[in-house]
Design a protein around this ligand. Structure first.
Ligand code: C2E
Ligand code: MG
Ligand code: MG
Length: 332
């Protein structure tokens, strides 16, 4: 079955020319076998679906074979999905804030808002365990709106005028009202737009045919700053830095971890900081845990630092922020 799948994938991959334009079709295949995987036709199809889903998750254009662990993770996802539907209403979602500091003098310039789910039975669930489920089910729109409103409201109370960074999922860009929702969150909170930084990942730019660039342009025109998160992982095409004028690049933690003893990691960091300098873009290093890493990164010319060395994500109540006086004339 796997040999056949390989041949089918190779056969489908040949480029097709339509109206002078070349298209590269792709096929993902899920494999389930009877009777070892399933006893009935329905069951077999379901197992095949789970395997197909896994093939797509692993990067598409490939095949994956059904195995028992897929069943367990599908069950876990279903549980998460059911509970997540009620999480907002039950006020189980909250934001934690992690400081971003200036490399020069360690002064805090802003905070990144990071989502936390306090599940009544399972305890604290990290975002990587439930954000993907929210993306697949469309719940990300409601959750994203909560995050935007909450982060803007919180930051508007900081007397320091520091910025707040909010992560936007690529799935939120499918929502044509995204820019309007950001505008509404700014409006409702009274937070000046230039104190809001929106972090996106490269996958937002991946689909050139989509309207994502238009949406990004709208967000920029609102006055928000746009940061490219997790840079260096995934596709990391330097051309993305030319498609849109980002205000900031965040170098992924994976490279920071190795910077002191891996030539490769250092080379990537050096290339990104060099680009940042030439393009006049702020470069933030994520996930700094040791003084040695900070020293290396300072030498490479990173302009901002973020990581456990400077502070872990904490609830808003634990931030050393002086509350601003309620603004006059807002009627609230
Ligand atoms: P991210 O945006 O790259 O956030 C940085 C992650 O690195 C956070 O994990 C943070 O806690 C962690 N981190 C920061 N400094 C260190 C360090 O020194 N060492 C280590 N080991 N880790 C560090 P977290 O909070 O688990 O978030 C994971 C990812 O989930 C985020 O990656 C972001 O992509 C996503 N996420 C978080 N909040 C939201 C949200 O509100 N909306 C969306 N769409 N995604 C979110
Ligand atoms: Mg981020
Ligand atoms: Mg990141």
């Amino acid at each position: 079955a796997t040999a056949l799948a390989d041949r089918m994938i190779a056969a489908a991959r040949r480029p097709v020319v339509i109206d002078g334009q070349s298209f590269a079709p792709g096929v993902s295949i899920g494999i389930a076998l009877a009777p070892s995987d399933a006893a009935s036709a329905d069951e077999l199809l379901r197992c095949g679906d789970l395997a197909l889903y896994e093939a797509k998750r692993l990067g598409r254009g490939r095949h994956a074979r059904f195995h028992g662990a897929l069943e367990a993770s599908a069950r876990y996802r279903r549980l998460i999905e059911t509970d997540l539907r009620d999480a907002i209403a039950r006020r189980e979602l909250a934001l934690h804030y992690q400081p971003i500091v200036r490399a020069e003098d360690g002064e805090t310039v802003g905070y990144e808002a990071l989502l936390r789910w306090h599940h009544p039975v399972r305890g604290l669930i990290p975002p990587l365990d439930f954000v993907p489920v929210a993306e697949e089910t469309g719940m990300i729109d409601a959750i994203g709106a909560f995050v935007l409103n909450e982060a803007c409201r919180e930051a508007s109370r900081w007397g320091s005028g520091r910025r707040v960074a909010v992560n936007l999922s690529p799935a939120q860009f499918r929502n044509p009202a995204l820019a309007a929702e950001v505008a509404a969150a700014l409006d409702a909170s009274g937070l000046p737009a230039d104190r809001l930084e929106l972090e996106i990942t490269e996958s937002v730019l991946l689909d050139a045919s989509s309207n994502n660039l238009t949406t990004l342009g709208r967000l920029r025109r609102l006055g928000a700053r746009i940061a490219l998160d997790d840079f260096g992982t995934g596709y990391s095409s330097l051309s993305y830095l030319c498609t849109f004028r980002f205000d900031k690049i965040k170098i992924d933690r994976a490279f920071i971890r190795g910077i002191c003893d891996s030539r490769e990691a250092l080379a990537v960091v050096r290339a990104i900081t060099g680009l940042g300098r030439s393009l006049g873009i702020v470069v933030t290093a994520e996930g700094i845990e040791t003084q040695e890493q900070a020293a290396c990164l300072r030498q490479e010319g990173c302009t901002q630092f973020q990581g456990y060395l400077y502070g872990k994500p904490v609830p808003a109540s634990a931030l050393a922020e002086v509350s601003a006086q309620p603004r006059a004339g807002t009627g609230s």
